[in-house]
Design a protein around this ligand. Structure first.
Ligand SMILES: C[S@@+](CC[C@H](N)C(=O)[O-])C[C@H]1O[C@@H](n2cnc3c(N)ncnc32)[C@H](O)[C@@H]1O
Length: 287
C-alpha cells in the first residue's frame, strides 16, 4: 500500500536532514578554506535549529495517533449492486449519525438507553447480531468502507433493526462527539493490523485512541477486541498491559482463545480461520 502523507513528510524530513548534514560538512570545508568560521557557524546553527524544530514537530505528530486523524485503507471495493445503491440512497440517511454537533442517546435514539459502539464494523454482521440481541440498547457503528456500510444496511433492513445508527467514516470523529462515560460496550474486531513497525502509529490500539475510548466509556463498561494477527495480538497485549485504566477480564489462557458468548463470528474472522489463522479474543473492564 502507498505510504500516506505522514510517511511522506517523515521521508522528506529525513531527506532534508541528510541533505543538511551533507551541506553542513561541505560548507564547513569551504568556510575553513575561506576563514569564515564565525559567520558560517551562525548559518549552521540556524539550519540545525530549523531541522530540530521540524523533527520535534514530527515526533510530536507521530507520538499521538489520535492526532493523525487520517483514514488509511480502502473506502470502496467492488461495484455496488443496484439494491445496495438504493439502500445507500434511501436507508442510510434515515439511520445516519447526524453530521455534526454533540451526540447522546436521546439525540440518536430519542430516549435514554445503554449505548454500544463498534469501530470498523466491516460488513456489519457483529453489529447487527448484537443490535438484534439487545433491542432496547442503542448501537452506533462507524466504518469508512462503502461496501461495508451497504452490507450493514442490508442487515438493518433484513432484521428490521430500529436501534442502529451508522457513520460512514472515522470512528474517532463520532467518539469525540459523545459525552464522557456514555458507552457501555466498545467493540474493535479485527482492526487493520498495520504489521510493519513503521506503520504501528496507525493502529487503533495506541495511547491516543485508547484515551478517547476510555473517556467515552462508562465505569465497568466492556471493551472487546478480537484479532487474528499475531503482531497485533502482541502489540495489543503490550499496550493494554501498560494501562491501569482497563482490566483484562481473562482468568485463564482459554479465555482469550475461545470466542465468548454473545460474540458472533464476523465474515473477516471466518476467512481468517479458513486460512488457518488463530483468533484471540480480549475483554477489558473499563476502570
Ligand atoms: C480488517 S477489517 C475488520 C472488519 C470487521 N470488524 C470484521 O471483523 O469483519 C478492519 C475494518 O476497520 C475499518 N477501519 C479502519 N480504520 C477505521 C477508523 N478509523 N474508523 C472506523 N473504521 C475503521 C476498515 O475500513 C475495515 O473495514
Amino acid at each position: 500500500m502507498a505510504d500516506g502523507p505522514a510517511d511522506r513528510e517523515a521521508a522528506a524530513v529525513d531527506r532534508l536532514a541528510g541533505k543538511a548534514a551533507g551541506c553542513e560538512s561541505g560548507r564547513r570545508r569551504q568556510q575553513q578554506r575561506h576563514g569564515e568560521e564565525k559567520a558560517g557557524s551562525h548559518r549552521l546553527t540556524a539550519s540545525a535549529a530549523w531541522l530540530n524544530r521540524r523533527l520535534r514537530r514530527r515526533r510530536r505528530f507521530m507520538a499521538d495517533p489520535s492526532t493523525i486523524r487520517r483514514l488509511y485503507g480502502r473506502s470502496k471495493g467492488r461495484p455496488l449492486r443496484v439494491g445496495q445503491e438504493s439502500l445507500l440512497e434511501q436507508l442510510l440517511p434515515a439511520v445516519s449519525v447526524p453530521a455534526e454537533g454533540p451526540l447522546d442517546s436521546r439525540i440518536l435514539f430519542g430516549d435514554e438507553r445503554p449505548l454500544h459502539f463498534e469501530i470498523g464494523f466491516g460488513a456489519g454482521e457483529h453489529l447487527a447480531y448484537r443490535a438484534d440481541l439487545l433491542p432496547d440498547h442503542g448501537f452506533i457503528g462507524a466504518e469508512p468502507f462503502l461496501n461495508g456500510v451497504a452490507g450493514a444496511l442490508g442487515h438493518i433492513r433484513d432484521r428490521r433493526l430500529a436501534n442502529v445508527r451508522l457513520h460512514m467514516g472515522d470512528a474517532l470523529d463520532v467518539l469525540e462527539r459523545l459525552p464522557d462515560g456514555a458507552l457501555r460496550f466498545v467493540y474493535l474486531l479485527h482492526p487493520d493490523p498495520w504489521p510493519k513497525a513503521r506503520h504501528a502509529k496507525r493502529r487503533m490500539i495506541n495511547p491516543g485512541p485508547l484515551d478517547l475510548i476510555h473517556a467515552k466509556m462508562a465505569p465497568d463498561g466492556e471493551f472487546r477486541l478480537g484479532t487474528d494477527d499475531p503482531v497485533y495480538c502482541r502489540w495489543a497485549m503490550m499496550i493494554m498491559s501498560g494501562r491501569r485504566d482497563f482490566e483484562w477480564l481473562a482468568e485463564s489462557a482459554s479465555d482469550f482463545l475461545t470466542r465468548p458468548g454473545g460474540w458472533p463470528e464476523t465474515r473477516y474472522e471466518a476467512k481468517a480461520r479458513r486460512q488457518g489463522h488463530k483468533v484471540w479474543y480480549f475483554r477489558y473492564r473499563r476502570i
